[in-house]
Design a protein around this ligand. Structure first.
Ligand SMILES: *Cc1c(COP(=O)(O)O)cnc(C)c1O
Length: 395
């Protein structure tokens, strides 16, 4: 079996990446390599291993073991980057990426649509350590971002679409503005996954919560920071300095998940679109916040830059309804779980309770909920939504 995947398509690569049966007793999957201590044959080699922590050398558990590296190679391939550093959660991936490129006196230009805990990082620890943050409108143009750049802006942070409100971002335009000002462009690519190729669009550092679709089964927490070679040392140094680590057992599960990423995501996109279109047809619904729909204001950019969509979107009801009615709809759903996170094989529903924004509005125009569509038959999901909405949304 040859591991030369150059020029092969994604489905083929996902089946063959990070496997070397010859070196592991013929077994198909890389095993779970557990270890803190790694024994070396001589003192001289032990001394020399100290400098190898940026390489895929095995020197000590926290620097990464073969199961970590197998997953890292697979994620780097999916995102089209050179190197990936696996982290214990999506949030720790954000923390590592920020600390890799920021120091006291620096400034961050942060999308107002960022994942909530990324905002908290800026408002608390980064602020306490002397890093200031300005928020910008997610839909900003190149000129608008340029106007907000300061001489000490070292990171421009993006996330497309926004958490909760789903505005699309023009990543290539924002990348041009960031690079003109000498800043790194960071992106939370958790929604895009394999459907957005960050490094072709000007991103320097791509962050993913592998907890979501890569894990895919709602049973692990994990994150990744992917870069080109030029930015790798800064990321790996931040990871090691901050003592970040992911369990090899969880890496094994993420690697199992990534083998089926493409088919799950394609199927879930189809289901998501079917449910979203049905919701659009309902008189109770004001808007579905989903860039994959032609009616969405971010659709043109999504179509230009993305090759597909995941199945997470928002639903805004007409203002005649109350949030209590939305809660009642969600409580009466039989097939949708109520809970945080997304990207598993099962459907979830959540009320959109609180939206925190600094420079954009927080009013969606009506009470809202967020849906994650799983692998259940969409006809059953639609029937479930139909019964819960009919029962609870009498105007
Ligand atoms: C869930 C999520 C994260 C954080 O991932 P965890 O593994 O839960 O820490 C980061 N960014 C986005 C957009 C997310 O949805």
């Amino acid at each position: 079996m040859s591991n030369d995947l150059e020029g092969r398509r994604l489905g083929t690569r996902l089946s063959h990446v990070s496997r070397s049966p010859k070196s592991q007793a013929g077994i198909v999957n890389p095993p779970v390599w557990r270890g803190s201590t790694v024994l070396l044959p001589t003192c001289a080699e032990r001394r020399a291993s100290g400098g190898k922590r940026l390489e895929q050398a095995w020197t000590y558990g926290i620097h990464g073991l073969p199961t970590h590296h197998a997953l890292e190679d697979a994620v780097a391939m999916v995102e089209g980057g050179d190197r990936t550093a696996i982290q214990g959660s999506g949030l720790s991936a954000i923390v590592v990426a920020m600390f890799a490129f920021l120091k006291n006196g620096d400034h961050v230009l942060m999308t107002d649509g960022c994942y909530g805990p990324a905002r908290r990082l800026c408002e608390t620890m980064l602020k306490d350590f002397g890093v200031s943050t300005t928020y910008y409108r997610p839909q900003s143009t190149e000129a608008e971002v340029k106007a907000l750049m300061k001489p000490n802006t070292k990171v421009v942070y993006t996330e497309a679409p926004s958490s909760v409100t789903f505005e699309m971002q023009d990543i290539p335009a924002i990348a041009r503005a960031a690079h003109a000002g000498g800043a790194k462009l960071l992106m939370d690519n958790t929604w895009g996954i394999m459907n957005f190729q960050p490094f072709e669009k000007g991103v320097d550092v791509s962050i993913q919560a592998l907890t979501k679709y890569v894990g895919g089964h709602s049973d692990i927490l994990m994150g990744s920071v992917t870069t080109r070679n030029a930015d790798w040392a800064a990321v790996k140094n931040a990871q090691i300095t901050l003592g970040q680590y992911a369990s090899p057992d969880d890496c094994f599960l993420a690697l199992r998940g990534i083998r089926t990423l493409k088919i799950r995501l394609e199927q879930q996109q189809q289901h998501g679109l079917a449910v979203a279109r049905w919701l659009q047809s309902r008189p109770e619904v004001a808007r579905v916040l989903y860039p994959a729909l032609p009616e969405d204001p971010g659709h043109a950019i999504w179509k230009r830059d993305f090759s597909g969509a995941c199945s997470l979107f928002g639903v805004v009801l007409k203002p005649a309804y109350t949030q209590a009615q939305v809660d009642a709809v969600i409580d009466d759903l039989a097939l949708f779980g109520i809970g945080a996170s997304w990207g598993g094989y099962e459907s979830l529903a959540q009320p959109v309770a609180e939206i925190t924004r600094s420079v954009t509005g927080t009013d969606l125009g009506g009470p809202a909920m967020r849906l994650h569509i799983g692998l259940e038959d969409p006809a059953d999901l639609i029937a479930d939504l139909d019964q819960a909405m009919s029962k609870n949304l009498r105007a």
